[in-house]
Write a protein that binds this ligand. Structure first.
Ligand code: ADP
Ligand code: MG
Length: 479
């Protein structure tokens, strides 16, 4: 639409770490508790209390840093970020400013054309979450729930190197899968465990960076895409009509699909950052970092590569199957359970039939009604020609609905493939006899009718005749 303009996007993502207790207190972090039952004097910043750093949060931040090939700071410092908000009773948030624990990393993610793009991770710093204002159940005033106050977050800040809303979504999905692989966060977007701020600017190609706006707290991938697209068009319109972009914070309204100005952007110096005098600098040694390195799981890109070499999968299948750790594990255990079946056949069943059915039912792979043992049992029977792939779909449906095994379903419903050539010949003859006109037409050159005969034979056999044999026999009979 506007070929002379290009968009530039930088993302800031707040990720809640799944520690048992808070960043600086022993209060619990579990989601969904009664308001204000999980906030202690430290979270409230009452006079005379002292924060105590949670080592588990440090380990998780380091784990993340290693996974994005970042530099881990041997010395990082917590700072106070001062601002007033009703959900921040201390009047400041403990964060990291000049010396974050993780900086200069890289995140690689797939583009639509299958290429891989790398975007710089500027930094990932540790900070505490704020509480939550509740407006819905109150009239004329707001409630404050401080259960969230003090929950550890890492804020992952990207370089302004993302060029479209689609790229932004791919970056985010990759980041989301990564933190779940690392098991440092549940990534639950509805519950606010993964919150996205999108910084957007536009410029004429080749110009220096334009003024950005920041869209706050978007909580689904779809909305991120829409909000960025809206904002790009809005900024171009403003600039094309001679206006200027104000650096400001905007909110996305999904109901109206638009962004609205929320407040002018504050500068860092408005926050009067200073090192928190209650907390010592965090000093890490190589031994600590190496120990965490040893716990890193196989990450999605490495796993996808291994799937391609070990199982001869396409890049696409490998990518789909390694999107989450649970799906990759499901796939690999189905291979084991399928008794040496072709991994490509297994991949087809998992990405096709199973993911399709889960999708329709709105279920996650962890909630699949069919486990790898039963799916593997089904695939085994396709591989050894007991049933055809088509009958496999009937069996699959029965597995989905019941707790039977594939062998039980095949036995009970009499689905065994007919491979006895005598029996198939009988059906072929029957079909040809019943359709003399079509046979004549075929013989006078209407080749397309071959498919009709195959269809008839399969129908008469209840879908059970071995398709290869049916084809061969029909060819013989009709020639
Ligand atoms: P702040 O902390 O005030 O939000 P930062 O300088 O840390 O500001 O940048 C925050 C985010 O904004 C980063 O992800 C960065 O990539 C992005 N960003 C900075 N400048 C631009 C720009 N001109 N266009 C788009 N994104 C930008
Ligand atoms: Mg910011």
């Amino acid at each position: 639409m506007h070929p002379e303009w290009e968009s530039v996007i930088g993302l800031e993502v707040h990720i809640q770490l799944n520690t048992v207790s808070k960043l600086f207190s022993g209060a619990k972090t579990a989601y969904g508790a009664e308001p204000n039952t999980q906030a202690c004097a430290i979270d409230l910043g009452l006079p005379g209390v002292l924060p105590v750093l949670n080592e588990a949060a440090i380990e998780m931040a380091v784990k993340f840093g290693l996974a994005v090939e970042a530099t881990i700071a041997k010395r990082s410092v917590f700072a106070r970020k001062n601002y007033f908000y009703p959900d921040l009773p201390k009047g400041y948030q403990i964060s990291q400013y000049e010396l974050p624990i993780v900086y200069k990393g890289i995140l690689s993610f797939p583009l639509e054309d299958g290429l891989i793009k790398e975007v710089g991770i500027t930094r990932a710093h540790l900070e505490e979450d704020a509480g939550k204002s509740l407006h819905e159940d109150f009239h004329g005033f707001s409630g404050i729930d401080l259960n969230r106050a003090g929950i550890p977050l890492i804020e992952v800040v990207s370089e302004p190197e993302i060029s479209s809303s689609k790229e932004a979504v791919s970056y985010l999905k990759t980041l989301h899968a990564l933190i779940r692989y690392l098991e440092i966060s549940d990534g639950n977007m509805q519950e606010g465990s993964f919150r996205v701020d999108a910084n957007v600017s536009v410029r004429k190609k080749g110009d220096k960076l334009g003024t950005r706006t920041e869209i706050k707290n978007v909580n689904s991938f779809k909305f991120v895409e829409k909000a960025i697209d809206y904002e790009i068009v809005r900024q171009i319109d403003v600039l094309e009509s001679g206006g200027t972009i104000k650096q400001e914070t905007r909110l996305y309204d999904p109901a109206k699909n638009e962004t609205r100005s929320m407040r002018t952007k504050e500068e860092a110096n408005d926050y009067r950052y200073f090192p928190d005098p209650d907390l010592l600098p965090v000093i890490l040694n190589d031994e600590f970092i190496d120990k965490i390195k040893a716990t890193l799981p196989e990450l999605p890109p490495a796993k996808a590569k291994r799937f391609m070499t070990d199982y001869s999968l396409s890049a696409y299948d490998a990518k789909v199957l390694t999107m989450t750790r649970e799906l990759a594990d499901y796939f690999e255990s189905t291979i084991k359970q399928s008794g040496g079946s072709d991994p490509k056949l297994v991949a087809n069943w998992v990405t096709g039939e199973l993911l399709g059915a889960l999708n329709r039912a709105g279920l996650d792979i962890t909630e699949s009604p069919i486990d790898p043992i039963r799916l593997g049992g089904l695939i085994k029977r396709i591989q050894d020609n007991t049933i055809s792939g088509k009958i496999g779909k009937t069996v699959f449906e029965a597995l989905w609905e019941t707790s039977h095994t594939a062998d039980e379903v095949i036995e009970k419903q009499g689905l065994k493939q007919i491979t006895d050539s005598g029996a198939i010949e009988g059906i072929v003859d029957e079909v040809l006899k019943a359709n003399p006109d079509q046979v004549a037409a075929f013989k006078s050159g209407k080749d397309k009718l071959f498919g009709f005969f195959v269809g008839q034979v399969m129908k008469v056999s209840g879908g059970k005749a071995n398709p290869d044999q049916v084809n061969a026999l029909l060819k013989k009979r009709l020639s």
